[in-house]
Design a protein around this ligand. Structure first.
Ligand SMILES: O=C1O[C@H](COP(=O)(O)O)[C@@H](O)[C@H](O)[C@H]1O
Length: 230
């Protein structure tokens, strides 16, 4: 289902209200809620708005859908982005489950990360994905060295490392099965370029060309929600 907004402020308010309601519902029915969000730059206003929601943040576990394999001191760190724009104010009480650990390469600590994420409640209550103009989402990049494993709908892993020409540094990403069964699953994009890229991804073609296709095509009980503003 496509939601179009006149501007980014209206989108941020609507998406934050929707996610806050989903989290509050999870807390009310299961005593807690889990949220996986994206990094990059698009989600900044949405996350700043959500962080102010009046919910029991101490009962919420927050994580990332993917991470660049850089220290938190790097301006490329999605963790640093989240701490700066989301884990502030009321949302600072949330438990944060990081994808990055202090190691040279993700493979050096992958077993530990996988063990931590396999212990998180499943499915996530809410997953908010971004998308690059190349059709990547999370760190499912075209040409990614572990893209097949990441997109395997029957895959049992929660997390895989990823290297790709368009990714910059090595990445770690949650896998498609771990993301696509979320109770509330949304893609949040902004700008006309990304709308055109989404339209291209909605056409027939291989998932390797536009990996976001794997999300668009994943079978779900609740429809995938797409949030767009110019
Ligand atoms: O590298 C990444 O890019 C995507 C898209 O970022 P955006 O700022 O263009 O929306 C992001 O969703 C992902 O988390 C990030 O690691």
């Amino acid at each position: 289902m496509m939601h179009r907004y006149e501007n980014r402020e209206a989108l941020a308010e609507a998406l934050a209200a929707g996610v806050a309601a989903v989290l509050a519902g999870g807390i009310a029915t299961r005593g807690g809620a889990t949220l996986a969000v994206s990094g990059g730059s698009t989600p900044k206003l949405f996350l700043q708005t959500l962080a102010k929601a009046d919910i029991d943040w101490a009962s919420v576990c927050v994580t990332l859908v993917d991470e660049r394999w850089v220290p938190e001191s790097s301006d490329r760190s999605n963790t640093a982005f989240l701490r700066r724009h989301f884990l502030q104010g009321p949302a600072a009480q949330a438990r944060f489950e990081p994808l990055h650990e202090d190691a040279e390469a993700p493979e050096d600590v992958l077993d530990e990360i996988e063990a931590r994420f396999s212990r998180l409640p499943r499915p996530f209550d809410a997953v908010i994905l971004g998308m690059g103009g190349d059709g990547h989402t999370a760190s499912f990049f075209p040409g990614g060295d572990r893209l097949v494993d990441a997109l395997d709908p029957a895959g049992r892993l929660s997390v895989v490392p990823m290297r790709a020409g368009g990714a910059g540094e090595p990445r770690v990403t949650l896998t498609l099965p771990r993301l696509a069964d979320a109770r509330f699953l949304a893609i949040h994009i902004e700008g006309i370029e990304k709308l055109r890229a989404l339209e291209a991804a909605e056409a027939a073609g291989p998932e390797t060309e536009y990996p976001v296709r794997a999300v668009l095509r994943a079978p779900r009980e609740q429809p995938l929600q797409i949030f767009w503003a110019p």
